[in-house]
Design a protein around this ligand. Structure first.
Ligand SMILES: O=C([C@H](O)CO)[C@H](O)[C@H](O)COP(=O)(O)O
Length: 210
């Protein structure tokens, strides 16, 4: 059984709220994607927090510096999970973990572009990271990459931390990702690019929850 996360990657405020309204009943976590939060800011988080009390909200800040300082306003505004880049300084990662703990929330370390993902996972798990994010970004997907090999390597560590997987996951690959050890399955394009996003979200969640 894994939880599902809908990645809201539009730049448009109203389109994002509309997509969240259609899909929120069918997923566990709403993700405000990096381009979306940069474009729309904390007001969007406040709007989604008020409208969707039953969903967790992840803000994909991909923080690269000043971890505590950057993440704190988002936890204050109701984020449940905030992301920090694994390639950033270890002090930055620690800052996001510390501020997550201050608010009883979670820090996710995104392994995008980390050279030694196994070593980084061990390091940040020791530091108290709540979630490891295995992530093949949109540009990496365009170059033909997938997250599956990284998932196998990180799951094999059995560190007891949550594992989130993002990078082109769709209904056809959800069972594979679930069975390989993901605890959070992220889907963006597979949902917002579908003719019926609510139905696509429901299909992926039914598989993830099985
Ligand atoms: O994090 C993402 C991307 O890097 C933009 O910041 C996406 O939200 C994530 O990859 C999930 O989207 P899909 O790969 O389209 O499922």
């Amino acid at each position: 059984m894994a939880h599902t996360q809908m990645a809201l990657d539009s730049l448009d405020f109203d389109a994002t709220v509309a997509l969240a309204t259609a899909t929120a009943p069918h997923v566990d976590i709403l993700e405000i994607g990096t381009p979306c939060i940069k474009h729309n800011g904390i007001k969007l988080l406040e709007t989604l927090r008020a409208k969707f009390p039953n969903n967790k909200i992840l803000v994909d800040l991909k923080t690269a510096d000043a971890g505590f300082y950057e993440a704190e306003p988002f936890f204050k505004a109701g984020a449940d999970i905030v992301t920090v880049l694994g390639v950033s300084d270890i002090g930055t990662v620690k800052g996001v973990i510390d501020v997550a703990n201050k608010y009883g929330k979670k820090a996710q370390v995104d392994l995008i572009n980390v050279a030694d993902k196994v070593a980084k996972t061990k390091e940040v798990a020791k530091l108290g990271a709540h979630i490891i994010g295995i992530h093949t970004g949109l540009d990496q997907q365009a170059a033909g990459q997938t997250p599956f090999a990284d998932l196998a390597a990180i799951a094999a560590l059995n560190l007891g931390v949550e594992i989130s997987v993002a990078g082109g996951v769709k209904a056809a690959t959800t069972a594979q990702v679930r069975d390989a050890g993901a605890t959070i399955i992220v889907a963006g394009a597979a949902i917002y690019g579908a003719a019926d996003p609510a139905a696509a979200a429901a299909e992926i969640t039914a598989i993830a929850h099985a």
